[in-house]
Design a protein around this ligand. Structure first.
Ligand code: HEC
Length: 250
């Protein structure tokens, strides 16, 4: 019953999003692409862990799932230090150095942990969200977002993506009400990456967050294939056995 409830509540956000809200771009997720997952893990550690935790994930779990050595994990992923200034160890959870109080003060809101965000919100949402920050003077950070209106998070990847402006047009619906409809994005100040490079960068990042939401997915898929092969061989044996048993009767 409890699992049923959990499944239900994990399912609800996708229903709500399907019912309305912004158009979401399709995220090119590929959990078999280990290089993409490694790049995503590295980006996640350098651009997101300063504010967000991944509270259910250990650094060295990523290492063993993605085939990284302990040295690689320590160099590429671990950058935080604890309150005493000691470097985090690779067996620890991916906690964040920022306290909740500080986050409230600085951003006016609690900062969510990102361990299971891909399951709660969906990969397409994350892929769209991280690519649709746009300039908006009325917001405290100077930025707004198409997928998350009036978001409190600053556009931490702006140096890579550049700064873009959202173009809207006014449309009148059947009831005669005017509303603003999003048309397209216009790059105002280009970033370090081209549009294709930035899309690929975000795709890696989202790929990693999907893996992190359910790390056993990797194992389960390869186990699934082994089980299918086993069943196939078993079916052949059973068939041969049947032939053997019935050969004198027919
Ligand atoms: C400077 C601090 C900061 C950094 C760095 C940061 N975020 Fe955030 N993030 C926030 C805050 C604050 C919120 C809460 C926004 C709100 O509720 O309005 C947030 C919210 C989110 C959400 C939740 C959106 C939702 O729909 O609930 C996601 C997903 C997210 N961030 C992803 C990321 C990723 C991925 C990175 C790394 C590329 C990152 N963030 C880096 C501050 C940050």
């Amino acid at each position: 019953m409890r699992n049923l409830l959990i499944a239900f509540f994990l399912f609800v956000p996708s229903l709500v999003m399907a019912a309305g809200g912004a158009h979401l771009d399709h995220a090119p997720i590929d959990l078999t692409d280990t290089d993409s997952l490694k790049r995503g893990a590295k980006s996640f550690a350098s651009y997101c862990l300063s504010c967000h935790s991944a509270e259910y994930m250990r650094y060295n779990r990523i290492g063993s799932d993605l085939g990284m050595t302990d040295v690689e994990v320590a160099q590429d992923l671990v950058s935080t230090r604890d309150a005493k200034g000691e470097k985090t160890k690779i067996g620890e959870l991916m906690k964040v150095a920022m306290t909740e109080d500080y986050a409230k003060q600085a951003f006016g809101t609690k900062i969510p942990g990102l361990s299971v965000i891909a399951r709660a919100k969906g990969a397409d949402y994350l892929y769209t969200y991280l690519r649709t920050f746009y300039l908006d003077d009325s917001r405290p950070t100077g930025m707004n977002n198409i997928a998350f209106a009036d978001v409190g998070m600053p556009h931490v990847l702006w140096e890579l993506q550049g700064l873009q402006k959202a173009n809207y047009k006014t449309e009148t619906d059947a009831d005669g009400n005017e509303k603003q409809v999003f048309v397209n994005m216009e790059m105002v100040k280009p970033g370090k990456l081209s549009k294709e490079e930035y899309d690929a960068f975000v795709a890696d990042l989202v790929n990693f967050m999907v893996y992190m939401g359910e790390p056993v997915q990797l194992e389960r898929k390869s186990l699934g294939i082994k089980v299918l092969i086993f069943l196939f061989i078993l079916a052949i044996l059973a068939y041969l056995l049947k032939k053997e048993y019935w050969k004198d009767i027919h």
